[in-house]
Write a protein that binds this ligand. Sequence first.
Ligand code: 6R9
Length: 655
Amino acid sequence: MSTEHSKIHPVPERLLDAKKVPPKPHIDSFEAYQKMYRKSIMEPEAFWGQLAKELLHWHKPFETVLSGGFDYGDIAWFPEGELNASYNCVDRHALANPDKVAIIYEGDEPGNDRTITYGELLRDVGRLANALKSYRLRKGDTVAIYMPMVPEAIIAFLACARLGIIHSVVFAGFSAEALRDRIRDASSKLVITADEGRRGGKTIHIKKIVDEALKECPTVEHVLVYQRTGSDVPFKSPRDLWWHEEIEKQRPYCPPEIVNSEDALFLLYTSGSTGKPKGILHTTAGYLLGAAITFKYVFDYHEGDVFGCMADIGWITGHTYIVYGSLCYGGTTVVFESTPIYPTPSRYWEVVAKHKITQFYTAPTAIRLLRRLGHQHVEGHDLSSLRVIGSVGEPINPEAWEWYNEVVGKGKCAVVDTYWQTETGSIVISPLPGAIPTKPGSATVPFFGVDPVILDPTSGEELHGNGVEGVLVFKQPWPSMARTVYNNHNRYLDTYLKPYKGYYYTGDGVGRDEDGYYWIRGRVDDVINVSGHRLSTAEIESALVAHDGVAEAAAIGVSHEITGQAVHAFVTLKARGENTEVKELVLQVQKGIGTFAAPKKIYLVPDLPKTRSGKIMRRVLRKVVAGESDQLGDLSTLADPSIIPTLINKVNQEQ
Ligand code: 6R9
């Protein structure tokens, strides 16, 4: 593990010198972190019980902190408690401080921005919630949200939460087919969407995609359409309803539906190593608590700060930090509709300077892209408001980390490489700005209540001590962990709790260095991470095989300078599909999943490497593409070794 010897960065002085530059970090020394961490692990009930009272508003207090565990996946946090997520994210702040800005919207075109205060947000959420009620939607129903990055998307989240309706947000980059599958799996009754989206100067025909998806979604009764661009789009009465007309009819206050701590807050679909995407289900109190406490400590958020997370609300990062963490904690959050390079590669920095962003959160893929385009795009912008700069979604390489730290952070900001998953709900391994010295490329140390263990993947034995390498599991439940897979609890157990009995299994490889710091290596299963987006080889393969001409397909992740990994696929054609072109196959994946999943390269080959029992040996394909054909490893189970030279030739020809 060469990475362990990399440079240690102490906590930046600027953060510790609160006299000169307030505020003083919430946790300002390694010892303070250790003390709190120890308490969170040794006395989790006392630790979380107290925080749940401090950070959440309860309509009915809880008695028990935690019940159940990993054996049956019957985990319940604060089980007698009752609350409402939108009350926690809006009402209490609106009552205390109605004029405080809750949301800053920065539209695709520079100059198109606006703010929404907590007082306004309460009325906007109330109107929309009353509209939802008028469609007879109620607690436990599911609603699909397929929206561009506009504040109305957040209003939609919160209006659902206000009524105990489970939202299922689908990233607006997913294709009609992918949207259809998610709507069907969740039996959503309503789709909240927009006429069109705008991103990077381009138009996204959102409503048309929804119409296409709904051809096969019998549960959907209505489609509520927010006018983002005002263009003429297909509109089908009485199924379709205009957002602006609907909310006009409604009174701006809607009483919150008080729900149990363990009632579902939302579903979010994510890819695993096998089969269809899973509807990861998060519940109300534990999730909100995890979101709010990590927001406070990992980003060291203080009154008056402006939190700028560049993720899309369609992913978990958007859910937890743009929406729930920030608003539950009473913060000011930015909704950014554009891209890091529109209209120029300075866009992020213009936005930071304009809104005086204090915490900036993005993904390694964006950092690598901007680094390649050059530091001149960062210079000349006033980034002095920044205190904490974060990274999420995939391992960040030390070169990108150093660039982020020096060029963006000017060596004065805390860099937080935050490791977590859709399923963990909130950040689980990360530095804390005022307390943890950092090492570029390491997510450093566990967050409160998170007990990481490294297992030997084959024996399942715990690897104690430092300087070990294996798979990452967690030993204790934490409040924001997912509770189930929608309508498929067995799949939840099989994926997360059964692989290693007594532990939650992450699916990630990890090392613990001599200082006890964690280094996430990436997925050990068949999940490919492209620009921080999780894709499964199985999903890409089934999209390819859906093409008439395709006999078989194997997808692999190949390392890529900007996107971290890229998808490459090997495809065999049916006899009657022999004229199929690579172009068509790329389109096929765009149609089945979305443009972001399109393979960078497709190799048409006569056969795939398989074991005698017929399993595709993706490991062999990965080595061939990486140019490591001399290290193919054990090939004794390979059914037909003569395929190897053919594969090597094919790859060499096309690279
Ligand atoms: C939040 C999010 C989860 C997977 C996860 C891991 C990878 C995320 C990371 C990281 C190394 C980090 N991942 N953050 N790997 N360092 N800081 O991204 O959720 O979309 O569910 O992806 O992403 O492989 O298992 P999600």
